[in-house]
Design a protein around this ligand. Structure first.
Ligand code: GDG
Length: 456
């Protein structure tokens, strides 16, 4: 089998006996099967200007080739264009977009640098898989250096409708560069369609039997919904004895738990969710006292503008809710910014009666899938899921689908979830588990790589 090269902005080199979780597992399996290299940033900021040194370690047939970013590149490429232009625009928040020409130049330079590091180590039959919005033009830079290998791209976040994509000043150059890939994969049909529509209107792309024809090239545009390793999550969730859970035990015996887990991000709809929980307490004051809401929100990108504000607003909202509704023996909302390891997280999901996943926009949302996989079959909880998460396309058949802009509607769905009879919960859970197994992490990886390799 041809060698696989995975390229993503961040590379997490497995440390000691610790195994990676989530998405990293799927990529790790793919790399181990065919042998290969994972190239990207090591998360550190290097000293001084100039080329940053590449370091390589090989474990289990996989070479991790990583390098630091110079401060200037971190500011322009990562903090700047990636996270203050692409992330907000792709999540339908052009109001938060801050475009600076210098940031875009930095973004292009870092992408060129990735290509420059990659090209010399390639063998002719290597297959290259590029991940996410930090690296949209990487394929084009590889082609400019004469790389003829098959190159695929997967976008983990949504691709916005054309009028929103067009708020990014260099939108046309970005989309044109994306057409240098052989396969462009998206989480949902709506994302793939938005990209194809933009290319048809702005780049003169036409539909061909094998994909989208743009000038001389044909690009396969398709949908590859990312999944999880269902058995891994279920097994982790069953392991009891985590110290954190023991601390919650008496609470769990008396109250139902609503759980939410998100990186602290404005796209995740946390403020609206807090408001919905408060509305539930207003309309059901007695029933409300039987419930506790745990929101885990490990902080992320704290140095990117827009994140400080959302954090301040959430602190204020959480304090107000507990101040107004709390009692000596009961804090209705536990809002926690710490990171927990997966061995704690999965049993906590498993012990919660409602999984509340209500982003304003999300490429997929793996927590929604992890929540379902963590549930005990004999007494499963209920997933309340935003229609704007990519996961809603897969899971509408068993989850309670809500509009996160409808606070009363979300409170109503929470109430329904908390009161849902066992038989209905079991039936919904079975339907969801079937889908999770059908579209799991291995299926995602195998389908994408199958399509990428097939055209070679
Ligand atoms: C992007 C897209 C798409 C969360 N807190 C902790 C922790 N987590 C884990 C969860 C889950 C993962 O992180 C988060 O994944 P999501 O899918 O929810 O969200 P993003 O990070 O925004 O990911 C998203 C995804 O890419 C994959 O394509 O679904 O739409 O935005 O696995 O369990 N893990 C640990 N400690 C925590 O405190 N260990």
């Amino acid at each position: 089998m041809s060698r696989l090269i995975v390229i993503s902005n961040r590379v997490a080199v497995p440390a000691g006996a610790r195994t990676p979780g989530g998405l990293a597992v799927g990529l790790y399996d793919a790399l181990r099967d065919s042998g290969g290299t994972w190239l990207g940033w090591n998360g550190e900021i290097g000293e001084g200007p100039g080329d940053m040194p590449l370091s390589s370690v090989t474990r289990d047939n996989i070479t991790y080739a990583t390098f630091p970013l110079a401060q200037r590149d971190y500011d322009r490429f990562y903090r700047g264009f990636s996270n203050t232009v692409l992330w907000p625009a792709f999540h339908y928040r052009p109001d938060l977009l801050r475009y600076r020409r210098a940031d875009y130049d930095g973004y292009l330079e870092v992408n060129r640098d990735f290509a420059r590091r990659l090209a010399p180590v390639l063998r002719p039959d290597d297959v290259i898989w590029v991940h996410d919005y930090h690296l949209l033009p990487l394929g084009q830079y590889c082609r400019d250096l004469g790389v003829r290998n098959r190159i695929g791209f997967f976008l983990h976040i949504p691709f916005p409708a054309a009028p929103v994509f067009e708020t990014i000043p260099p939108h046309r150059d970005l989309a044109r560069a994306m057409c240098a890939y052989d396969v462009a994969g998206f989480q949902t049909h709506a994302d793939a369609q938005a990209f194809s529509d933009y290319c048809a209107t702005n780049l003169g792309a036409v539909a061909a039997p094998e994909g989208l024809r743009v000038n001389e090239r044909v690009l396969r545009v398709d949908t590859y919904p990312i999944g999880i390793d269902v058995d891994e999550v279920a097994a982790m969730a069953r392991k009891k004895g985590s110290r954190q859970l023991v601390a919650l035990k008496s609470e769990l015996a008396r109250r139902k738990l609503i759980i939410s887990v998100d990186r602290l991000d404005y796209s995740k709809g946390l403020l609206e969710r807090f408001a919905a929980f408060e509305h539930l307490l207003e309309i059901e004051p007695d029933h409300g006292r039987d419930v506790s809401f745990v929101q885990l929100a490990p902080s992320s990108r704290a140095d990117v503008q827009g994140y400080r504000e959302i954090r301040r607003e959430l602190d204020r909202a959480a304090g107000r809710i507990n101040g107004k509704w709390g009692e000596l023996g009961w804090a209705p909302l536990r809002y926690i910014n710490r990171q927990y390891n997966r061995a704690t997280l999965m049993p906590l999901l498993g012990a919660s009666q409602v999984g509340l996943v209500t982003p304003l926009r999300d490429g997929m949302n793996l927590v929604a899938k992890e929540y379902v996989a963590s549930q005990p079959q004999d007494d499963p909880g209920v997933l309340v899921l935003s229609r704007f998460a990519g996961a809603a396309h897969d899971m509408q058949d068993g989850a309670l689908i809500v509009n996160p802009y409808d606070i009363e509607g979300m409170a109503h769905a929470l109430n329904m979830a908390l009161r849902m009879p066992l038989a209905e919960r079991q039936e919904r859970h079975q339907r969801l588990m079937r889908i999770l197994r059908e579209r799991d992490l291995a299926a995602w990886k195998n389908r994408f790589l199958g399509d990428l390799r097939a055209g070679g």
